[in-house]
Design a protein around this ligand. Structure first.
Ligand code: 5GP
Ligand code: ZN
Length: 113
């Protein structure tokens, strides 16, 4: 996707602080962190959002969650963490490339659910 910010970050055309990469997944620190650890975990494949996940592409989502477990361990989040996905306008998604926010490093407070 030529006009996708995260595709450009994954391609290295826009710099980021990479924390993890494999064949399926690219993860980097959020530019505006909301916790001591705030990492964006994205499939390398452009999937716009959670509502576009289906049987043909769900492997890429599973790989994101495998990566999240590894990254959380590497970041020392042994006491827990939060994973958030914002989907679509009402969900507060601002970058239309599927991503999971990995938040931790502090006891997280208020919950939506
Ligand atoms: P969303 O609101 O779509 O769930 O999350 C998008 C996230 O991307 C936000 O937390 C925002 O801070 C982050 N972000 C936006 N632009 C950039 C950027 O250029 N680099 C990095 N590292 N993060 C970004
Ligand atoms: Zn993209």
């Amino acid at each position: 996707m030529d006009d996708c910010l995260f595709c450009k970050i994954i391609a290295g055309d826009i710099p980021s602080t990479k924390v993890y990469e494999d064949d399926y997944v690219f993860a980097f620190r959020d530019i505006n962190p909301q916790a001591p650890v705030h990492i964006l975990v994205t499939p390398k494949k452009h999937i716009c959002c959670a509502r576009a996940v289906n049987a043909d592409n769900s492997l890429h989502v599973a790989k994101c969650f495998e990566a999240i477990a590894k990254i959380a361990k590497d970041e020392g989040l042994d006491n827990g963490y939060r994973v958030i996905n914002n989907c679509g306008e009402d969900g507060g998604q601002t970058v239309m490339h599927l991503h999971f926010h990995l938040l931790g490093g502090v006891k997280l407070g208020e919950k939506v659910i």
